[in-house]
Design a protein around this ligand. Structure first.
Ligand SMILES: [Zn+2]
Ligand SMILES: [Zn+2]
Length: 165
């Protein structure tokens, strides 16, 4: 088994988060299988990254880790128990982030030129946050704002990425 990610994390943060993830999964009556642990570790290694489902699958393609069907099923389970959040990046591919990395949530600036995803602190949207709070509404997919990042504009390519293949 290749060491997918021991996390360059500080201290025992990953271990604490992993045991928390385990508790979360078991509370929802799922088993904390080695495959689920392996995929949790990938996200814990880079908790602020927005992984495409395809990227996760590719990570395991050269190891004796979970196969594609298990990977996709696991992502669905982790989303179901609230450990992953689906991120809308407008390119039709499923992206996920580690939900516990930001309990208060945030929104995303998504560049349709290069696909870069930038996180914007929720405190910049106090009115929306207050509304969601008042309505007691649980967010499952974070709002995204689409456009062109500065780097893409400076490179002068106004072309939009249309290849979803
Ligand atoms: Zn860009
Ligand atoms: Zn995010």
């Amino acid at each position: 088994m290749g060491h997918i990610d021991e996390g360059s994390s500080k201290g025992g943060g990953t271990v604490a988060s992993l045991s928390r993830a385990r508790r979360n999964i078991e509370e929802h009556h799922y088993r904390f299988t080695p495959q689920r642990e392996a995929i949790c570790r990938v996200f814990l290694g880079e908790p602020t990254r927005h992984f495409a489902a395809e990227e996760i699958r590719a990570l395991f393609s050269r190891s004796d880790g979970p196969g594609p069907a298990t990977v996709y099923r696991t992502l669905a389970v982790l989303q179901d128990v609230g450990l992953l959040r689906r991120v809308d990046t407008g390119d039709g591919c499923a992206r996920y982030e580690w939900a516990p990395h930001d309990a208060t949530t945030h929104c995303h600036l998504v560049c349709i030129g290069c696909g870069a995803v930038q996180e914007i602190d929720w405190s910049h949207m106090p009115d929306l946050a207050a509304v969601l709070d008042a309505e007691d509404f649980e967010v499952t997919t974070l709002p995204s704002v689409f456009g062109h990042c500065r780097r893409c504009r400076e490179q002068g390519s106004g072309e939009m990425r249309t290849d979803s293949a």
